[in-house]
Design a protein around this ligand. Structure first.
Ligand code: NAP
Length: 301
């Protein structure tokens, strides 16, 4: 083990911010990431609420963070962590390439996309169902698409898709959106976004192995209808990626890591940063704040 090493699982906003602080504190950040650096924000169309940026594309923002961390000397490993093995004064992670041991571990693996749980859903992912408007929107030029969800992601996706799809049906299970006011105002002004509120998706229709429509049910009246759509963008939230820490640190019933504001878990050299931590507010700014706190705690060991 190198005493200087701080292992960081996940290179999203929390993990990359932690890496920046670890490097600047004179220690060595070793980042493990199974996909591209940047995490969830990579697919955001436009960020308008990160201080210092009036407007920035998600992928550009992610690249800036990654570039900053690597320029400072952080080591970036494109490897999936398979196991975490804690010890009194060290933590080891195992990947397919071998093991690596550091003085402390910052766990910032984020969250994955929630599914509806409908029978044909998994089969239709990539065949009409998508979790990323920015990545897949171009496939739906001049087509009818639906977006499901009422949070920032859903409304942001609807705005983006309205520029290429012919019609965008924004389906949300309640009458009020969770998304911020500014986005609600924006969608109200776009002619080809059609909100369908108080409604759940109860079934998926397919034609030749591709999504062709949705079965909908109004929660108030119970009325069932069908909607023709070739695309469905699911933006119904995330679930935490904390399976690796089950039995190692305390998790709540939903799987979020129970850690204090300073990101300390019940294991002294494991810190939880970003969307994996049980908390009220999950934003880019709070992910960056967690990464900062975790790094400052970790380098003090
Ligand atoms: P979210 O805020 O958790 O919203 C998820 C939405 O999906 C909610 O409206 C929820 O409905 C709905 N939902 C959950 N489970 C469902 C189910 N089984 N069936 C139907 N609908 C379901 O998630 P998010 O929009 O992905 O945002 C995650 C975080 O990232 C938030 O903190 C958000 O502010 C942030 N974010 C920020 C930006 C930006 O600033 N530009 C962009 C994207 C995301 P209810 O409202 O009824 O619970």
């Amino acid at each position: 083990m190198n005493e200087r090493d701080i292992l960081i699982v996940g290179a999203g906003t929390a993990g990359l911010t932690a890496a920046i602080y670890v490097q600047r504190a004179g220690r060595h950040a070793v980042l493990f990431e199974k996909s591209a650096p940047g995490g969830q924000i990579v697919t955001a169309n436009e960020i308008q609420n990160y201080p210092g940026f009036v407007s920035v594309n998600g992928a550009d923002f992610a690249y800036r963070l990654y570039d900053q961390a690597v320029r400072l000397g952080a080591e970036f490993l494109s490897e999936e962590v398979l196991e975490i093995i804690p010890a009194d004064h060290s933590v080891t992670v195992r990947t397919a390439a071998g093991t690596r041991t550091g003085r402390a571990l910052i766990y910032a693996a984020g969250a994955s996309h929630r599914r509806l749980g409908l029978p044909e859903e998994e089969k239709l992912i990539g065949k009409g169902i998508s979790f990323c408007a920015n990545c897949d929107g171009a496939f739906f030029r001049d087509k009818r698409v639906a977006v499901n969800g009422g949070g920032n992601t859903a409304l942001d996706d609807a705005v983006y898709l309205s520029r290429m799809a012919s019609e965008v049906y924004l389906i949300h299970r309640r009458k009020e959106y969770r998304a911020e006011e500014a986005l609600q105002k924006q969608i109200a002004e776009i002619g080809n976004i059609h909100p369908i509120l108080d409604t759940v998706i109860t079934g998926l229709k397919e034609n030749d192995g591709h999504l062709s429509g949705l079965r909908l049910q109004n929660k108030d009246s119970g009325e069932e209808t069908e909607l023709a759509a070739e695309g469905l963008f699911l933006a119904i939230g995330m679930k935490p990626e904390t399976g690796l820490l089950k039995g190692i640190v305390k998790l709540d019933d939903a799987g979020y890591i129970i850690a204090s504001e300073d990101t300390r878990t019940d294991v002294p050299n494991i810190f939880a940063a970003g969307d994996v931590r049980k908390k009220q507010v999950r934003q880019l700014t709070t992910a960056a704040a967690d990464g900062t706190a975790a790094a400052i705690q970790a380098v003090s060991l």
